[in-house]
Design a protein around this ligand. Structure first.
Ligand SMILES: Cc1ncc(C[n+]2csc(CCOP(=O)(O)OP(=O)(O)O)c2C)c(N)n1
Ligand SMILES: [Mg+2]
Length: 559
């Protein structure tokens, strides 16, 4: 058997079902071996897109995502997506063809291991024909068990060599780590003493499948529930859910979190976004953090109490230890009513800044129409879109609108690729996350900048016949930069663009395309949603953008 065949065989036997990539000569045989083993191959149009698809798919399924790339430029094209995955602790295995060790003058020669480690990924290699099977098993299991992104260099000479038929040694099931009893007792005592506890659950709570355990414990100690943006949707429909903590928090959520006397981060880094640089932690509040990774504890915020352990196991252990308590904690009928009344962004009053269609020459609207307020647009979409939806969000000034005004059915239905804060990842990650949850209507929310950066994958959406709604918050600018530098009167010509007909661009790819300048333009969206969804829909929403968004102010504090 050739090593290239053995790699594909081993991976499908280990459980690989789906692989994303762009095929060149160096990854042709491995990719075909994966297909021969039963895996589905999804061809992207750019390796950056393929990496984001694999990342989005892995986030939604919790399984190891697979990415297959050609040597040299195939890998360098994929690097931004790989970096996002590595920083998000996405379990991802990159099958990166590489030149033979002896090909010292090859134009494809790059230092793959250095590239991988430079962005926080693990470096692996098929070292020799004799070790190749062990090398690929190690890489896959590292990605799986440690939730790491692993770049496996596959030299062409090793791939082309003969090896023995692969034998996969058994691997015993690994149980999540239990917390120390002392830590459990400390956290139980802190919860029993707290009068206004708030739980903030993050990605770690999501991947541990800890929703029910957290809800039980929160119920027992009267805690309110919130999530980081990465875990949005985790407590959907719980009456004590405050939704996202941080820059996207509603005024009510921010008020209640700031008034907490105990904040417990569950699998949540409590970083500057989630805690608004610490301003959501009231004076005198105790901060506790539970994480299975010891290096995460206290990494962003000083914490009073750190518990090393799996979120779900810790939750159960603390519940069993919880002494009887007096009072209902933070919960009261009045508060429940307030959360029901003011708990969603769409319940918060605002002044619609949309502009009317009639505009004189020389005005920003002279192109023949008004501009829609992005909040009005997003609330209208929230009403129109089916509840079973999956929302993926690109980066930029616009990104709070879909994150705050669109509800999602659960945490898997929100794909938030912001660990590297790159623009241009949203469309491709939406494709990966959509393939993982075919029963949900996928929605990609993009800025015009990110949309045009990642536009090549529109062809992939069309080719895969995904019933995707692609909504572009089109301010004809890199709005984030306009609002960051505009107030200081810097020249903004470098970050503003002439109008682009993104609906027509969408139609050119084979999508349905609609331009929206006001709520009255949404009828075709309604019609598309009622129709057969036989092609994707691109909504070019010409949005108002007179002032920057408040979460952007927050973001720039971190620069
Ligand atoms: C790959 C990459 N290049 C540049 C940036 C800097 N940047 C951050 S937001 C932004 C503007 C994005 O424009 P758009 O997608 O239209 O969203 P908007 O801010 O206008 O809402 C840019 C250029 C980045 N984050 N990532
Ligand atoms: Mg823009």
């Amino acid at each position: 058997m050739l090593v290239s065949e053995a790699v594909g065989t081993v991976l499908t036997r280990l459980g690989a079902t789906t692989v994303f990539g762009v095929v060149g000569s160096g990854n042709f045989h491995v990719t075909n071996a994966l297909i021969a083993g039963g895996a589905r191959f999804v061809a992207a149009r750019h390796e950056g897109g393929a990496a984001c698809m694999a990342d989005g798919w892995a986030r939604a399924t919790g399984e190891v995502g697979l990415l297959s790339v050609h040597q040299g430029p195939g890998l360098t094209n994929a690097m931004t997506g790989i970096t996002e995955a590595a920083k998000s602790r996405t379990p991802l295995l990159v099958l990166a063809a590489d030149v033979a060790g002896s090909a010292v003058r090859s134009n494809f020669r790059i230092d793959v291991a250095s590239l991988a480690t430079a962005v926080g990924a693990e470096a692996g290699r098929l070292h020799s024909p004799g070790s190749a099977v062990a090398d690929v098993i190690r890489a896959y299991r590292t990605a799986q068990a440690q939730r790491r992104t692993v770049v496996l260099a596959m030299p062409l000479d090793v791939q082309a060599a003969q090896c023995d038929p692969p034998v996969i040694p058994p691997s015993p099931p690994l149980r999540p780590g239990a917390p120390a009893m002392e830590s459990v007792a400390e956290l139980a005592a802190a919860l029993a003493a707290a009068r206004r506890p708030v739980f903030v659950a993050g990605r770690g709570a999501r991947v541990a499948g800890a929703r029910a355990d957290l809800e039980r414990l929160a119920g027992a100690c009267g805690a309110l529930l919130a999530t980081s943006a990465a875990a949005k949707g985790l407590f959907r429909a719980n009456p004590w859910d405050l939704d996202v903590s941080g820059g996207f928090a509603t005024p009510l959520a921010a008020e209640l979190i700031t008034a907490a006397d105990l904040i417990v981060g569950w699998g949540c880094s409590l970083n500057m976004w989630t805690m608004r640089h610490g301003r959501l932690i009231g004076p005198g509040a105790t901060v506790a953090q539970v994480d299975d990774d010891v290096s995460a504890i206290g990494a962003h915020r000083p914490v009073d109490l750190g518990v090393v352990g799996d979120v779900a196991l810790t939750c159960r252990a603390v519940l069993a230890e919880l002494p009887g308590r007096a009072g209902a904690g933070y919960r009261s009928p009045e508060l429940q009513e307030r959360i029901a009344r003011e708990g969603r962004w769409r319940d918060v009053p605002y002044t619609d800044e949309g502009t009317e269609a009639a505009a004189g020459p020389g005005s920003p609207e002279e192109e023949g129409g008004g501009r829609i307020d992005p909040r009005t647009l997003t609330i209208a979409l929230d009403d129109l879109l089916p509840a079973e939806r999956m929302v993926a969000v690109d980066s930029g000034n616009f990104m709070g609108y879909p994150s705050m005004f669109l509800s999602v059915p659960d945490a898997s239905a929100f794909c938030f690729t912001q660990a590297y804060q790159s623009i241009g990842l949203g469309l491709a990650s939406a494709i990966g996350a959509a393939l993982a949850q075919p029963g949900r209507l996928p929605v990609a929310a993009l800025g015009d900048g990110g949309a045009l950066m990642g536009v090549s994958e529109l062809e992939t959406v069309v080719r895969l016949r995904l019933p995707m709604v692609i909504v572009v918050y089109d301010d004809e600018a890199y709005g984030a930069e306009v609002h960051h530098f505009g107030p200081d009167r810097h020249p903004l010509d470098t970050v503003r663009f002439p109008p682009a007909d993104i609906a027509a661009i969408g139609r050119g790819f084979g999508c349905a395309g609609v331009t929206v300048r006001g709520p009255g333009d949404l009828a075709p969206v309604r019609e598309w949603l009622a129709g057969p969804h036989d092609r994707p829909l691109v909504i070019d929403a010409k949005v108002t953008s007179a002032t920057g968004s408040w979460w952007l102010e927050e973001a720039f504090r971190g620069h």
